[in-house]
Design a protein around this ligand. Structure first.
Ligand code: PLP
Length: 393
C-alpha cells in the first residue's frame, strides 16, 4: 500500500495549475493573444542584467568548485554577504551563522515547519494564504488553523487570532506583501502581533514562533515599508526567496534567517539542518548561491508591476469591479460577482479570461488576478472583463 496522502496530493493538480493548463490548450486553439491568462505568479519582468553577468563570470571558474556540493547550510562567504546586507538594510546584527541557504521560499517554510513541529501541533495562518502551507503543515501530522481577515482592509484580525492560539500552537505563518491579496501588514498590527505572541509564549513557557514568508518583500508600491519582523519579535524565522525579486523562480534559491536571539537558537539551528536533511535537500543550488551573493541587493524593474497594477485596477474599478488595493506583490484580489467564485471563474473562461477562485486561499468569494503579465494582456482583456460584468447587470 503506497501513501494515500501523497497519492491524493499528486493526483489532483492545484486549481492554479488546472487553469494554467486549460489556458495552454486554449492558446493552441485560438492563439496566445486571445487568451487573457492571469493564473500564474511567474515573474514577467526579466532578471536584472547583473544575474546574467554573474552567471557568465562564474562559468569561467573551475567546474569542480562552482558545481560542487556546498556545506548543508550554504557557502560560508555567501551567507556572510547576505547577513551583512540584512544588517545594512534592517539594522540587524546577523552573521553567517544566522543564515541557512535553501531552494527558495517553499523549501524554507517546509523546513521550518518540519524543524519546529511535531504530530498533533498546530500552526496558524491568516486568510487569504498560500495554499501550499496546508500540505507542509499536514505533511508533518500537524493542523493548520486559519484566521479570517479583518475587513475591508484585509489586515490581521488580532482578536480572532488570540482566540485561536493554544498551548499546541508551534508557529504563526505570516506572508506580507501577501499572495493573493497584495496587502502589506502595517507596522502597528505587526507590533501588536509581536506583543500578543510574547504574552502567549510567556503564558505557555514555550516560544510561539513567527514564520515570516517574504518572497515579495521588494515588490512594493507607493513607498510602502515592509517591517522586518526580527526587529519586533525575537522568536522569528524569516523565509526569503530570490524567485520574485530577481525573477529566478526556476533556479530555486532562497534562505532562512535564524536569529541568535531565538530563545532556543542552539537547538533550532541544528533542527533546521536536520529538517533539510530529512526532506532530502542536501544543499541549495551551488551556482545560484554565488549569483545571489553577487546580486544581493538587486531587483528586476519593479516599476513594470506598478504600471500593471494601476492599469488593471483602474480599468476594473471603472467597469464596476470591487478590488482590494494592492500595496505589494503582483496580484489583484477582486470580489467575484456571484457568491460561488468557482462558478464566476467558469463564466470568465467563456471570454478566455483565466482567473483563480479564492477558495483554496481560505477566503471564498473572490478571485485572484496575477498581473505579472505583458501590459498588452491587461489592455486587451478589458473588453472581456466588460462582457463578463454585463452578464451580471
Ligand atoms: N510563499 C508565497 C506566498 C508564494 O507566493 C510563493 C510562490 O509563489 C512561495 C511561497 C514559494 O516561492 P518559491 O518559488 O521561492 O519557493
Amino acid at each position: 500500500m503506497i501513501s494515500q496522502e501523497c497519492y491524493e496530493l499528486g493526483s489532483k493538480s492545484s486549481i492554479i495549475r488546472e487553469i494554467f493548463s486549460f489556458g495552454l490548450q486554449r492558446k493552441a486553439e485560438v492563439g496566445a493573444d486571445r487568451v487573457y491568462d492571469f493564473s500564474l505568479g511567474n515573474p514577467s519582468i526579466p532578471a536584472p542584467d547583473s544575474v546574467k553577468r554573474a552567471v557568465l563570470r562564474l562559468m569561467e571558474e573551475p567546474a569542480e568548485t562552482i558545481h560542487a556540493y556546498s556545506p548543508a547550510p550554504g557557502d560560508g562567504k555567501v551567507r556572510g554577504i547576505i547577513a551583512d546586507s540584512l544588517n545594512r538594510r534592517f539594522g540587524e546584527s546577523f552573521t553567517a551563522e544566522n543564515i541557512f541557504m535553501t531552494c527558495g521560499a517553499a523549501a524554507s517554510i517546509s523546513i521550518c515547519i518540519k524543524a519546529l513541529g511535531n504530530p498533533g501541533d498546530e500552526f496558524i495562518t491568516f486568510a487569504p494564504f498560500f495554499p501550499e502551507y496546508r500540505c507542509w503543515v499536514e505533511g508533518i501530522g500537524a493542523e493548520l488553523k486559519v484566521v479570517q481577515p479583518h475587513l475591508p482592509d484585509f489586515q490581521i484580525d488580532m482578536k480572532a487570532l488570540e482566540g485561536m492560539i493554544t498551548p499546541k500552537t508551534k508557529g504563526i505563518i505570516v506572508n506580507s506583501p501577501n499572495n493573493p491579496s497584495g496587502v502589506v501588514y502595517t507596522a502597528e498590527s505587526l507590533r501588536e502581533l509581536a506583543g500578543l505572541l510574547r504574552r502567549k509564549s510567556q503564558e505557555y513557557g514555550e516560544p510561539v514562533y513567527l514564520i515570516s514568508d517574504e518572497p515579495y518583500r521588494e515588490i512594493v508600491y507607493d513607498g510602502v515599508e515592509v517591517p522586518y519582523l526580527t526587529n519586533d519579535y525575537d522568536d522569528t524565522l524569516v523565509c526569503y526567496s530570490y524567485s520574485k525579486s530577481l525573477s529566478l523562480p526556476g533556479e530555486r534559491i532562497g534562505y532562512i534567517v535564524i536569529p541568535s536571539r531565538l530563545k532556543d537558537y542552539k537547538k533550532v539551528f541544528p533542527a533546521i539542518a536536520g529538517a533539510a536533511r530529512v526532506l532530502g535537500y542536501v544543499c541549495a543550488p551551488a551556482l545560484f548561491q554565488q549569483v545571489a551573493a553577487e546580486c544581493v541587493e538587486d531587483t528586476g524593474d519593479i516599476s513594470a508591476y506598478q504600471q500593471n497594477r494601476d492599469l488593471l485596477m483602474g480599468g476594473l474599478e471603472g467597469l464596476g469591479y470591487e478590488c482590494v488595493p494592492p500595496q505589494g506583490a503582483f496580484y489583484l484580489f477582486v470580489k467575484a460577482l456571484e457568491e460561488d467564485a468557482y462558478a464566476f471563474c467558469e463564466r470568465a473562461k467563456k471570454y478566455d479570461l483565466l482567473l483563480v477562485p479564492s477558495d483554496d486561499f481560505g477566503c471564498p468569494g473572490y478571485v485572484r488576478i496575477a498581473y505579472c503579465v505583458a501590459e498588452e494582456t491587461i489592455v486587451h482583456s478589458m473588453p472581456a472583463f466588460r462582457k463578463l460584468m454585463a452578464e451580471y447587470r
